[in-house]
Design a protein around this ligand. Structure first.
Ligand code: ARG
Length: 459
């Protein structure tokens, strides 16, 4: 098979070289975008009088036929045609004859591939923002069901202060909100058209880049042709945004794994989202959160990989840049796979309110509140801290919790105690005492839920 660029060569390409340099096995994922870009390009060539309208119509028809065939799986891509761009051009020429060879007028694969990547990523970003919103909705749904569910809040994975389970879930809603906002912000850097940059310097043909941008609904065109074909920042940025999303999913995953252990027994994931063991009949494993936690590694790896590929690359296009694709495709698939499962998994998760309550009743996470109580009676906080430290130690040594102590026992540690202390120490009181904006008091969390719902347009 002759190469589209074969003229200068006197020998056939070594077939190992063909296989090594070809990207068709993965960049075939860009087929739709490639044809979309070509249709806009050839329309512009007609409009600018660079190609006769006749040719333009033939090429457009041919491109649509090729697109249809690709969708039907009727085209077998070939490694000897290297990549998706040349495979499509080859097929176009087979379809409509030599006139198909006019499509590449005023264009290079360098601005073409960059355009494909921009088109590809901008629709994925919109998709992923939608998936983040669906996950936020699921978390908010669970939060609304758990406005009266109290769990121990932890620092250092040690019981710290009781909080509403809804408050804990809403923390993740905030994280995914930042993630969505980051993606939306990145859109303005993704939605820029490189086409018209040519190989690196622009083109001798009187093209109209703004017309192409308009047709493809890009907000702007690249200012500088060298930058247009060399820029992969938008992919690095996406991989970084994806890494943060995976990091958040992975933190939530870790909590789900812990919470569904017998030791915690705070939640139970739906059977449909768990798997069993081939040997231990009793097992129900939280494989989905475990895998999401694990797959976070490859997404970070893809980010590091691309940053490293681009480091020190001279301008403009270098073949190294073909390495931008697999990591990006893999990241999109990994991220979308995780998000797609997470929303229904959270929505169907059973919350063991009774067990959570039991945990709260069996800890010292109300200790800060009696210290605050003594402060209210005039004791400096540092002294109150010391008094309560001793009280807790006494409890531990005597197998009791704070609420088990009699008033006489309390008074051994400070005369300032009175029987109001029992009301202060109730978990509900402890939670509702944190009535600051962003705090865990029920009214604050209910407000936070309302604000999030409004922001997501759920009300
Ligand atoms: N397959 C190539 C890539 O993905 C397309 C651009 C090739 N350009 C070139 N000058 N060889 O990067």
């Amino acid at each position: 098979m002759s190469k589209l660029w074969g003229g200068r060569f006197t020998k056939q390409t070594n077939h190992l070289v063909e296989e090594y340099t070809a990207s068709i096995n993965f960049d075939k994922a860009l087929a739709e975008e490639d044809i979309q870009g070509s249709l806009a390009h050839v329309t512009m060539l007609g409009k600018c009088g660079i190609l006769p309208q006749d040719d333009v119509e033939k090429i457009k028809e041919g491109l649509n036929t090729v697109l249809g065939k690709i969708r039907e799986g009727q085209i077998e891509f070939s490694v000897s045609d290297e990549d998706i761009h040349m495979n499509i051009e080859k097929n176009l020429i087979e379809e409509i004859g030599p006139v198909g060879g006019k499509l590449h007028t005023g264009r290079s694969r360098n601005d073409q591939v960059a355009t494909d990547m921009h088109l590809y990523l901008r629709s994925r970003v919109i998709e992923i923002v939608g998936m983040l919103h669906a996950l936020q909705e699921a978390l908010i749904g669970q939060a609304k069901e758990n406005l009266d569910t109290i769990i121990p809040g932890y620092t250092h994975l040690q019981r710290a202060q009781p909080i509403l389970f809804a408050h804990h879930l809403m923390a993740y809603v905030s994280m995914f909100q930042r993630d969505a906002e980051r993606l939306i912000d990145s859109y303005k850097r993704i939605n820029v058209l490189p086409l018209g940059a040519g190989a690196l310097a622009g083109t001798t043909f009187p093209i109209d880049r703004h017309f192409v941008a308009e047709q493809l609904q890009f907000d702007r065109v690249y200012e500088n042709s060298l930058d247009a074909v060399s820029d992969r920042d938008f992919i690095v940025e996406f991989l970084a945004d994806a890494s943060l999303i995976m990091m958040h999913l992975s933190r939530l995953s870790e909590e789900l794994v812990l919470w569904s252990s017998t030791e915690f027994n705070f939640v139970e994931l739906d059977d449909a989202f768990c798997t069993g063991s081939s040997i231990m009949p009793q097992k129900k494993n939280p494989d989905v959160p475990e895998l999401v936690r694990g797959k976070t590694g490859r997404v970070y790896g893809n980010l590091m990989g691309l940053l490293t590929v681009l480091k020190s690359l001279p301008l403009a296009y270098n073949k190294d840049m073909q390495e931008d694709k697999e990591g990006m495709f893999d990241t999109v698939a990994t991220l979308e796979g995780a998000l797609q499962l997470f929303a229904p998994m959270i929505a169907t998760m059973k919350v063991n309110k009774g067990r959570m309550r039991e945990a709260v009743n069996q800890d010292f996470s109300n200790a800060t509140d009696i210290a605050d109580f003594l402060v209210g009676k005039g004791l400096p906080f540092r002294q109150a801290h010391e008094v309560i430290g001793k009280t807790v130690l006494y409890c531990i040594q005597n197998g009791k919790y704070l609420l088990d102590l009699s008033l006489d026992e309390f008074k051994q540690f400070s005369e300032l105690f009175d029987d109001q202390i029992y009301a202060v120490l109730q978990p509900e009181a402890v939670v509702n005492a944190r009535n600051v904006y962003g705090g865990t008091a029920t009214t604050q969390v209910a407000d936070a839920i309302r604000r999030s719902e409004a922001m997501l347009g759920l009300t």
